[in-house]
Design a protein around this ligand. Structure first.
Ligand code: FAD
Length: 281
């Protein structure tokens, strides 16, 4: 087995049936013995209670649970209250983000950027939480320049983050370039690549427009040639994402963070192919 740290991300379901399905998927993913399961947070607090509920369940099942928390649209008092609730439940890890303002929401909130949120968490709770922050190997879509974005990343690590998780990407060179330049700025925390298994190419293409992720031309053309042949899309997606993970781990990535989209099958299959399932040779 390749020694590596796996973590898996979920979003909070909208319905009791969604919660039930997520429980079943989580039970399957538990075989990976993940370092933590994380749960996203709707900016402005839109999923506040549902994120909290899923986190509570994960912790009760005996896993490390990491809630995401974004500061946009929230006051310091709101954030203080959420941190206190997580501390009361014994949650020790948090993913600290700025978030994006949902359309129609005018109030930016009291903390403007993730570095201010990290500072606030440290000020309020000391070393209680292990803090993860976001990193963008292909640069954040709103960044003024790659240099500014890298400096913003270094700033939030200096504010007290313990490690980082990247936006998903399909070009491993972008990750290695980002890590090298972060190291040159003195950032020495682990930077975990975020891995998006490919379920639907059409959805991935739309989502990547927003997130600023490049889908390399050779991949795009091949996916497009499959039209709606879902078996071929799944097979090719598994092949390219497994190869990406192999290159990342081979090049020194400390582990993998899977954007599971609340589904276990592809994440498990990629880990099986990588030989990172406990018990595999
Ligand atoms: P920041 O680090 O604040 O950066 C945002 C932008 O501002 C960047 O362009 C940066 O260069 C710039 N910047 C940073 N600091 C400064 C400064 N001091 N002055 C001027 N410019 C600055 N979104 C959610 O809503 N909920 C989630 O649960 C969630 N989970 C995520 C998990 C991961 C691993 C990742 C990679 C992203 C996630 N996101 C989530 C998306 C994220 O909230 C958005 O990408 C958001 O636009 C930026 O958040 P950030 O924490 O990276 O912001």
């Amino acid at each position: 087995m390749i020694p590596t740290e796996i973590s898996v991300e979920f979003f909070p379901p909208q319905s009791p049936a969604g919660f039930e399905k997520l429980r079943a998927e989580r039970a399957k993913l538990a075989v990976l013995k993940p370092a933590f399961f994380s749960v996203t947070y709707g900016a402005g607090g839109s999923t506040r209670e549902r994120t909290f509920d899923v986190i509570q369940e994960i912790a009760a099942e005996g896993h490390n649970a990491a809630p995401h928390l974004s500061c946009v649209g929230s006051s310091r008092a709101d954030i203080r209250d959420i941190l206190q609730r997580y501390q009361d439940k014994g949650i020790k890890r948090i993913v600290a983000l700025r978030g994006d303002l949902p359309s129609g929401m005018a109030e930016a909130g009291e903390l403007r950027h993730a570095n201010e949120l990290v500072e606030f968490i440290r000020h309020e709770t000391g070393d209680w939480f292990r803090i993860e922050v976001a990193a963008y190997p292909e640069w954040h879509p709103q960044a003024k320049s790659p240099k500014d974005d890298l400096e913003a990343f270094a700033r939030k690590v200096r504010a007290g983050a313990d490690s980082a998780i990247t936006q998903y990407f399909y070009n491993p060179d972008a990750y290695f370039h980002f890590v090298d330049h972060a190291r040159a700025l003195g950032v020495d925390v682990p930077i975990f690549p975020g891995i998006m298994p490919i379920i639907s190419f059409a959805k991935l293409a739309r989502f990547s427009e927003v997130s600023g992720t490049e889908i390399p031309r050779w991949m795009r053309r091949k996916f497009e040639s499959f039209y709606d042949d879902t078996d071929s899309i799944r097979a090719f997606g598994l092949e390219v994402v497994t190869e990406l993970c192999e290159r990342l781990l081979g090049g020194g990535a400390p582990g993998l963070h899977f954007y599971s989209m609340n589904q276990s099958a592809l994440t498990l299959e990629i880990c099986r192919r990588l030989g990172v399932l406990p018990g595999q040779a």
